[in-house]
Write a protein that binds this ligand. Structure first.
Ligand SMILES: Cc1ncc(COP(=O)(O)O)c(C=O)c1O
Length: 389
């Protein structure tokens, strides 16, 4: 491929989101007639709930094809604010409806970071967060984390890794790729320190609806100083609608709205109408049914992977991922993932997609696939790994 003659310095700096490339290769193999079990998926295998799809259709028929206000439909902002229920009273003026969590992350970074400002995050973590920060020429301050803290940042980490230019700390709970949580007391401690340094905490709660064993309050319950990112993609099964929301400290609302007007104009209108149905209590039973299915899949996959020789050091509490040590099968998870895809017909994601720290020892397994398929995937992996020369 020829290199374009006109190109920004930042473009080559942005790494690919590897799992999308794996997905592409898996689809290529499928097009050649190969049967692939997908365990790399970063999205629910279910279609959007029927009420959501119906609401999207109704909105289209009603001609809702124009822009909304940059902050989103007032009724959706109000419904998103109310979704915090007993956790916290969130005023709708602090909500902005965004094109997915991705759009919200871009807005938050745009409003908080100057070029060269530091943003601290855990390694491993969701890769696009680093890449988006890089787009804003931020200084990405990765903190290696391991099972001793559930692969999450602690206040101790944040204090130890603080630099003079650090302006923001980003955490995700549950995390992608580990499915682990930050304890709310720890989060409060981190926030206290971050605010004391005149910086801001960003909490990505995109998987918050998918926590299986306990009730964990939103970071909205901790402080109104925290930026909270959420989305209709995962729990509500709406990845393709590109819709999410941001809760921000009230003093940022005007600036973030101005940025949104320029960067996106508004989130997709049809999706906003559909998202209203997602938050409607009539949809809740279906969402809880799906959540229970994810819980059962985790109940199968976790011991099955351990039985196959993978080591899971912290039990995942949420999302639909299991981050497992694969060193029983070599020291290079990139090579292992390639073999599993090409030879065993199972697509999984190597740790290198999520950072640098110990990444070659880890693989992320997604259980956003049916139990039958997961069982088939595990059988294929075991068979291949036991018999490979
Ligand atoms: C931790 C995390 N944050 C944000 C996103 C982006 O989600 P959205 O589809 O809402 O843009 C993802 C998607 O996989 C994710 O895993």
């Amino acid at each position: 491929m020829t290199r374009p003659s006109v190109r920004s310095d930042r473009a080559p700096r942005i790494e690919p989101f590897r799992v999308m490339q794996i997905l592409q290769r898996a689809r290529q193999l499928q097009a050649q007639g190969k049967d692939i079990v997908h365990m790399e998926n970063g999205e629910p295998d279910f279609p959007s709930p029927p009420g959501v799809i119906a609401a999207g259709r109704t909105a289209l028929d009603a001609g809702h094809t124009h822009y909304t206000a940059a902050n989103g439909l007032p009724e959706l902002r109000a419904a998103s604010a109310s979704s915090y229920g007993d956790d916290a009273v969130v005023d709708a003026s602090r909500i902005l409806v965004s094109p997915g969590a991705s759009g919200a992350l871009q807005l938050v970074m745009a409003v908080l970071l100057n070029a060269g400002d530091g943003i601290m995050m855990a390694d491993p973590g969701y890769p696009c967060n680093r890449h988006i920060a890089s787009l804003f020429n931020a200084d990405i301050q990765l903190v290696p984390v391991d099972e001793t803290t559930g692969y999450q940042l602690t206040r101790e980490h944040v204090e130890a890794h603080w630099q003079a230019n650090t302006r923001a700390v980003l955490v995700a709970s549950p995390s992608n790729p580990t499915g682990t949580l930050i304890d709310p007391a720890e989060l409060a401690d981190i926030n206290e320190f971050v605010v004391s340094r005149d910086a801001r905490l960003i909490v990505d709660e995109i998987y918050h609806g998918l926590i299986y064993d306990e009730d964990v309050p939103s970071a909205a319950a901790i402080s109104e100083d925290i930026f909270i990112i959420n989305s209709f993609s995962k729990y509500y099964g709406m990845t393709g609608w590109r819709i999410g929301w941001l809760v921000m400290p009230v003093e940022y609302a005007e600036a973030v709205s101005r940025l949104a007007q320029n960067m996106f104009l508004a989130a997709p209108t049809l999706s906003q109408h559909a998202a209203l149905a997602a938050l409607d209590e009539a949809t809740e039973p279906e969402l809880l049914r799906r959540k229970d299915i994810f819980r059962k899949r985790r109940g199968y996959l976790l011991p099955a992977l351990e039985d196959a020789g993978f080591i899971v050091r912290t039990r995942p509490s949420g999302a639909f991922y299991i981050y497992a040590d694969c060193t029983a099968y070599g020291q290079d998870s990139d090579a292992l993932c390639e073999q599993l895809l090409e030879q065993a017909g199972v697509a999984v994601t190597p740790g290198s997609d999520f950072g640098h720290h110990d990444s070659s020892r880890y693989v992320r397994f997604s259980y956003a696939n049916t139990l039958d398929k997961l069982e088939q995937g595990v059988r294929r992996m075991k068979n291949y790994l036991e018999n490979r020369s």
